[in-house]
Design a protein around this ligand. Structure first.
Ligand code: IMP
Length: 456
């Protein structure tokens, strides 16, 4: 059977921790989209590991797979693997030969486009990892795939087609000089070829590349349990998220099939667990109707609630709301329930894991955005355009706060040990979203999780 873990908000819901807890019973952990934009922190045996590409299950001795729906930066991949090996781990990571490769020019172009867009307040606030430009090339049929790194002739042919076009973009569209304004090696066929051929050799030497769908089908037939680890979140899905402030892939559960090569019936036959953070956080620009306080350069001029800056600061500090990849302070807000109802429908959640309940502990009162008002009407789910979302006013519901308690004891004692008001909050969320609570995160470590249901 399979279990798919999906972020139900804007990314950073703490998926890594839940993958870690449930992943114990899995044999294979598969990422099906995204690339090294996905910062996740895994705490294992008291050590903290910060990863952006390697599936978090690989830290715990599972086979980690980067599926065909991923975009892979081999430099990041080997850096992370080497760092884990230096810390005496022996990660087993496989990479789909159909996955696309992030090349140096993708990163450069990501930065150039964001710069131009920021002049017009259109920047998505990307992680700068070249994700968007790589998916553009995939859809434009001019990408380089992992399998091409193993085949010198094809690699050269692909680069000879793509690189001059990228160079022309820099020179003719951005009006910049390759060499003076941007790194010449990032736009040089020979330099890229040599470096990426070497990555190809290493991938082959270490036996890391696979036909992902076939590999996973064989593992399933052999009785292995497969976990799909979604990166980012539903509200930044390119189809179902707050376009254009989205990532360029589909974090939603349907992509677990497309991005791995196993069919939708396989994914749908398993469980789909939505990860919810007990409040909202976001890196990047764009609207956020339940935002508290504001973050310079990210909150739109008329957004946020400046009067609630102290509350925002409290949540940011307690929750460590700073980007794993970029270190940027994250914007924070109350839970946005219309966003969760939308996520539950898109993904077909069979259960929920609510994280960071402990972060809100000690507040007198906790609020949620229960619905929106748009043009005089009440909305229970997200509107289709981000412009309309920006016009939505959140209707808040108030909950009595819960005390700060010894959360590790709560995790040991189980669900009923969660303070009553905290349970009332969780039960409201489950009821509104229409999926039962499977787990509650009450601290950063995997042992600080109250496990109600084990999906495998
Ligand atoms: P990109 O994925 O780097 O292209 O960034 C596009 C948008 O997705 C930006 O708003 C990023 O902040 C956001 N984003 C990408 N990856 C993550 C993540 O892992 N967590 C939260 N936000 C993310």
């Amino acid at each position: 059977m399979t279990v798919t873990i999906v972020g139900s908000q804007l990314g950073d819901e703490g998926k890594g921790g839940i993958v870690d807890v449930y992943g114990d019973a899995a044999d294979v952990v598969v990422r099906y989209q995204g690339g090294d934009n996905a910062g996740h922190t895994v705490v294992h045996d008291g050590h903290e590991y910060k990863l952006s590409l390697v599936p978090s299950g690989a830290v715990r001795g599972k086979v980690g797979v980067l599926g065909n729906g991923c975009v892979v930066n081999p430099a990041t991949l080997f850096e992370e693997l080497d760092a884990l090996r230096e810390r005496s781990l022996d990660p087993d990571v496989r990479v789909a030969e159909r996955a696309h490769v992030i090349l140096p020019y993708h990163r450069t172009l990501d930065g150039l486009e964001e710069d131009v867009k920021s002049d017009e307040d259109l920047a998505a606030g990307t992680t700068g990892r070249g994700i968007g430009p790589t998916y553009e090339d995939k859809a434009g049929r001019r990408g380089v795939r992992v399998g091409d790194l193993l085949d010198p002739e094809t690699l050269r042919a692909r680069l000879e087609y793509a690189v001059p076009r990228k160079r022309a973009l820099v020179e003719d569209v951005y009006d910049l000089d390759v060499g003076d304004d941007v790194d010449a090696d990032a736009f040089d066929v020979e330099a890229i070829y040599e470096r990426y051929r070497e990555f190809g050799r290493r991938l082959a030497d270490e036996g890391m590349t696979v036909d992902c769908g076939r590999f996973l089908a064989e593992r399933r037939e052999a009785g292995d349990r497969i976990m799909f680890e979604g990166a980012q979140g539903t509200a930044i899905d390119i189809d179902h998220g707050i376009y254009p402030y989205v990532t360029s892939s589909n974090p939603t559960a349907g992509a677990a099939a497309v991005g791995s090569g196993l069919g939708p019936t396989v994914v749908g036959d398993g469980e789909v667990v939505g990860i919810v953070k007990a409040y909202l956080s976001r890196v990047g620009t764009g609207p956020l109707p339940t935002e508290l306080g504001s973050v310079d350069g990210q909150t739109p001029p008329d957004g946020g609630r400046p009067g609630e800056s102290d509350l925002a600061e409290f949540i940011r500090e307690e929750g460590g709301e700073y980007g794993t990849v970029t270190g940027r302070p994250r914007r924070v807000g109350w839970l946005d329930v219309p966003m969760l109802r939308h996520a539950a429908r898109v993904n077909g959640f069979t259960g929920l894991a609510v994280n960071h309940l402990d972060v809100l502990a000690g507040l007198d009162e906790v609020q949620v955005g229960h619905s929106y008002t748009l043009d005089g009407e009440e909305l229970l789910t997200m509107p289709t355009t981000t412009e309309k979302w920006a016009d939505c006013e959140a209707n808040f519901r108030r909950f009595e706060g819960w005390p700060d308690v010894e959360w590790s004891t709560v995790a040991e004692d189980g669900y009923d040990a969660i303070p009553e008001n905290g349970r009332a909050y969780l039960e409201y969320v489950a009821e509104e979203v229409g999926a039962p609570i499977y787990a509650v995160g009450v601290g950063p470590g995997r042992e600080e999780t109250v496990v109600v249901e084990t999906p495998f």
